[in-house]
Design a protein around this ligand. Structure first.
Ligand code: UTP
Length: 300
């Protein structure tokens, strides 16, 4: 059973500047819930009890979000807003959440290395705040089911277009069995003509502690950063890494378009917003000139 998870959240979030100058990108809300809360909920649903969030200097809002807030609780209580009170208290009780600062943003691999003491000798999950996957069972639950069988490293992959491969770590599969691949090699952000496949690594992993000595030794790779993919590559060449083509829709919410897509999807399933938002979109789409009118700020 995997009980520990690591959420690296120390990155700069440059794709979302200027919004992320003072607000961590993990705190940008998808409708009314910060992205990182969806990630924590996914981990908890999969049975995770202890979560280490890797933070950096300007990420205090993440710690505040998962903390108790007695003044706000008292205020909501005095106003008899029981539902909101329950919601606020629940966030602080979901799991045991720990924090460590990555003192320099040297890359995802380096961020994961910061979890070495927390992890100890157990297999552990890594979830990136950028990737939101919508499915039941959730993405981490799917990887855990694979881990139960393989007892090896498991990474989540999805098919991308040839033009997109240079934005991802790409696996070189040795064999395929249904959705499961044994990985013989991988490469971070390859040029399309050099990509060994179109299977891209997304932000869900089950790792073993043997990743740490490898991470501690590897030199900076793509973008001058210590890359998790480079460490996984070493283990893959030893035949210890599996990739699973997960089921579900995945949104890169660290990217503006992905963020908007996820926002629309969550709004369309939100208990209060679904009906009025759908009505709004329907009006927008059915109006012949709806898009131009919205673009020019006129009423439709
Ligand atoms: P990204 O590649 O998305 O980088 O990191 P970023 O800085 O967060 O965002 P952009 O690309 O500049 O917009 C992937 C994941 O690794 C974490 C990030 O927080 C994100 O969850 N990360 C990255 C760290 O924790 N530390 C690092 O040094 C780099």
């Amino acid at each position: 059973m995997i009980k520990k998870a690591v959420i690296p959240a120390a990155g700069w979030g440059t794709r979302f500047l200027p919004a992320t100058k003072a607000i961590p990108k993990e705190m940008l809300p998808l409708v009314d819930k910060p992205a990182i809360q969806y990630i924590v909920e996914e981990a908890v649903t999969a049975g995770i009890e202890d979560i280490l969030i890797i933070t950096s200097r300007n990420k205090k809002a993440i710690e505040d979000h998962f903390d108790r807030f007695p003044d706000l609780e008292n205020f909501l209580k005095s106003k008899k807003k029981e539902n909101l009170l329950g919601l606020i208290k629940m966030i602080a009780q979901m799991a045991e959440i720990h924090y460590i600062r990555q003192k320099e943003q040297l890359g995802l691999g380096h961020a994961v290395l910061c979890a070495r003491k927390f992890v100890g000798q157990d297999p552990f999950a890594v979830l990136l705040g950028d990737d939101i996957v919508i499915n039941e069972p959730n993405c981490l639950q799917q990887l855990m089911a694979v881990f139960k069988e393989t007892q090896g490293v498991v990474i989540a992959v999805q098919e991308v277009t040839r033009e997109e491969v240079n934005r991802y770590g790409i696996i070189d599969p040795a064999s395929e069995n249904d959705r499961l691949f044994l990985v013989k090699d991988m490469v971070e952000k390859p040029l399309p003509e050099r990509a060994p496949s179109n299977l891209a690594i997304i932000g869900r992993y089950i790792l073993l502690p043997e990743i740490f000595p490898v991470l501690a030794k590897i030199p900076p790779g793509a973008g001058g950063e210590i890359q998790l993919t480079d460490a996984l590559k070493v283990l893959a060449r030893q035949g210890k890494v599996y990739a699973y083509k997960f089921q579900g829709r995945r949104y890169d919410v660290g990217d503006k378009l992905g963020f908007l897509q996820a926002t629309v999807e969550f709004a369309l399933t939100h208990p209060e917003l679904a009906a009025p938002f759908k009505a709004y979109l329907t009006t927008l789409l059915s109006s012949k000139t709806g898009f131009q009118e919205v673009a020019t700020g006129r009423e439709i």
